[in-house]
Design a protein. Structure first.
Ligand code: HEM
Length: 338
């Protein structure tokens, strides 16, 4: 696999080590989140979120993917504090136009709808960050994935992190080791990374994110069998080699695109992963541990579901003390309170 490493293997490992040590001091490892945080102030919050998420996913199954990714991009930038939901204003530069998010991150209107319903029941009580976390869990269940309990009690940020969104969020052509480093930096392990990337069992990618892959080593990883050759030519018809069609989309799991199952890992075993970053987990010479995990989740769907649930809780618990000290419960998820 082509790796976009700009440093040697020794410094890579050193960097990973430093980042993982640093991590313990910059993120609260034990955030004050509990399952019953709203039990007296908004006992119906979980029901409201489930009902609204159900409506969104029933009317368009893609909504499930949008919500899960939104939660991921929220948590990787100054913790899960709803910062990704903030619109640009004269005084605040939001994260929505940062390169991993621009033309790509959607589903904000779904969160607005859920928030409105929650506000009408329990005004000023439930944070947008919590709503997003619960909705992501419900979305996964609705498309066939596992259930897990969602600890709550997050606060919404009063700032956004445009620059952090540019640097913290992994991208498709980045290379396996730098991506692992980004997960370690958040306190997430290689196992968390491989399991969480299993979210690519639902949702789509845009041509600009898979062009390098389908005109790169797709042929080499998938072999020359007729089925993968015909899949490759259909991908190429969606995504021309040089310019045009940047926003054309296709499913990352082309077998069961709207079902949360483990078939994404089977795609990787066949060498047919759509994104370079996904295929590298199986095919990179540096991916000894990731390759074993891909094989494990392909062979054992329950192990995947169990690890995905655990890792989603872990990701949802990424926080920073700043948002707890100075955060708020936003009235409107798009703007800080005035
Ligand atoms: C391992 C590193 C990851 C990389 C490099 C990565 C990269 C990407 C890219 C490039 C896309 C397509 C975006 C577009 O073309 O507009 C995408 C979509 C998606 N990602 Fe990831 N991702 C990663 C991990 C994750 C994680 C941890 C989650 C959630 C737990 C996640 C959930 C999703 C979902 C659900 C979609 C589909 C969204 C849609 O249909 O609009 N990804 N990802």
């Amino acid at each position: 696999m082509a790796l976009s490493l700009s440093f040697g293997p020794f410094s890579v490992h050193f960097m990973v080590l430093v980042l993982s040590i640093l991590n313990t001091s910059i993120h609260a490892s034990d955030p004050p989140l509990t399952l019953d945080y709203y039990s007296s102030t908004c006992p119906t919050v979980f029901d409201i979120v489930r009902k609204e998420t159900e409506c969104a996913v029933l009317s368009d199954p893609r909504s499930a993917a949008l919500l899960v990714r939104l939660h991921f991009h929220d948590c990787f930038v100054q913790g899960c504090d709803g910062s990704v939901l903030l619109d640009d204003t004269v005084t605040l530069k939001g994260e929505k136009k940062a390169s991993p998010n621009r033309h790509s991150l959607k589903g904000f209107d779904i969160i607005d709808g859920i928030k409105n319903m929650v506000e009408s029941e329990c005004p000023g009580v439930v944070s947008c960050a919590d709503i997003l976390t619960i909705a992501a869990r419900d979305a996964v269940i609705l498309v066939g994935g596992p259930y897990w309990d969602v600890p709550v009690g997050r606060k919404d940020s009063i700032t956004a992190g445009y620059a952090l969104a540019e640097t913290n969020i992994p991208t498709a052509n980045e290379g396996l080791v730098p991506i692992i480093a980004k997960f370690l930096y958040q306190g997430l392990s290689v196992t968390d990374m491989v399991a969480l990337a299993g979210a690519h069992t639902i949702g789509v990618a845009r041509c600009e994110n898979f062009r390098d892959r389908i005109y790169g080593d797709f042929r080499a990883t998938s072999g020359l069998n007729p089925i993968s050759a015909s899949y490759l030519s259909s991908l190429r018809s969606i995504c021309p080699p040089i310019h045009g069609g940047e926003n054309n989309i296709t499913a990352m799991d082309n077998v069961t695109p709207n079902l949360f199952d483990n078939s994404f890992y089977h795609t990787l075993l066949k060498g047919e992963g759509l994104l370079n970053s996904d295929q590298e987990m199986y095919s990179s010479v540096l991916g000894i541990q990731t390759r074993e995990l891909v094989k494990k989740y392909a062979a054992d769907p329950l192990a995947f579901f169990q690890q995905f649930s655990d890792s989603m809780v872990k990701m949802g618990n990424i926080t920073n003390l700043e948002s707890f000290a100075n955060g708020e419960v936003r009235k409107n998820c798009r703007f800080v309170n005035t």
